[in-house]
Design a binder for this molecule. Sequence first.
Ligand code: SAM
Length: 458
Amino acid sequence: MSESGGDATDRVPLPPEFLRQMAELLGDEFSAFLASYAQPAVSGLRVNTLKLSPVTFRGLSPFPLSPVPWCAAGFILPPEQEAGRHPFHAAGLYYLQDPSAMAVAELLAAQPGERVLDLCAAPGGKATHLAAQLQGEGLLVANEVIPARAHVLTENLERCGATNAIITVEPPERLAARWPGYFDRVLVDAPCSGEGMFRKSDTARQEWQPEQVAGCALRQSRILEDAAALVRPGGMLAYATCTFALEENEGVILDFLARHPEFASVHSPLQPGFRRGILGDVGIRLWPHLVPGEGHYIALLRRQGDTPPASAPARRQQMAREAVRAFAAFCAENLRRVLPVQLYAVGAALYHLPPDTPDLAGLRYMRPGWELGTVRKDRFEPAHALALGLSAADAQRTLDLAPDDEQVRRYLQGEVLDAPGEAGWLLVTVAGYPLGWGKRVGRQVKNHYPRALRWPVK
Ligand code: SAM
């Protein structure tokens, strides 16, 4: 153990003021907390239950897995597995996530058919978890205020096959003014001082400043205020951070509860290793010296009363006949079932509007729903998101490859494949799960895997 706080000497030292604050907060437990920094960060994988069950994944997994006790779809990965560069990742079979972060959606527990808002959603760990809980039924609004991060969020939700998600790019106050009482469940996974990132990231250690904590707490209180307005009476509000400072956790929640008697803290049962909040008995603490994970604070609040979610003006649109015809022709030629979609056009792009989709006019968004494809003249070109939201059984033609087949790597690198068969669009699948589109002409399958997602050629 080094003087700098329990970790290897080639790391940036832990900030001394952080260590002082943690010693004060943890008392007798401080030495165990400090010792956790000598251990590597814990990597986790959450099976995407929109696509397959944890049991099925265990049968396919190339990685050794041990269960995360508080998340049925969660597993701990041994170090250095490169699970982000595996065809199963490209097929959206799992999401890589710190096991402690998996506790957040587990606690919020979205139910199929509900309206759910993730207010600070990028890169999408919790949003993809919430999408899996909804099982395609109901509405997920995933919001991220920073446009570049909203792009990553979009990629992640699309890879995971979320077909009922809208991705907005707005500051929370604009959504609060627009959709009061509209949601059954709202998540604030707040921007924070990131003390739970210190095992993973030297940059997080370098950037931490004691003054940052107070600034974060102020911003968190503002976001929570807006989030509260979006929850229906009887609905749930979850607040989470990946930091340990009292001010950003129990401090924010106690201050919020004092100003909002219409909300009450929910006393969730504790999993082994979880601790109650340090002050005022609000929230749950996950500590890196007590559970396999980097640490989190989570508070679950219920809004008193019981009122159905508010209504909002629905979106209406007169669809161009050519667009409807082109999409119908594509489905008839290339799919085996009629997709239960409500079409919506933005320029040449066609989307499916999830049920209960409110009008988005005047709001910035990345996706108004599930992207289906683009109408070019009278032809329809399917979107990558369509492929990832379908199952292999939906397609007339598939090219199914084994995960270790050289053609999988070639497909993901953007190469043309050689595979004779019936001409037309086909789903390229790995172990039966869609990776993306190809279009066969003669023996050749033209590659439609998006350029931005292609694996680099070494
Ligand atoms: N929920 C995400 C996940 O599980 O992958 C992680 C969210 S991260 C902790 C917090 C997010 O809040 C960041 O993406 C950040 O860009 C966003 N953010 C920053 N400032 C914000 C603000 N003022 N209001 C809302 N979100 C903000």
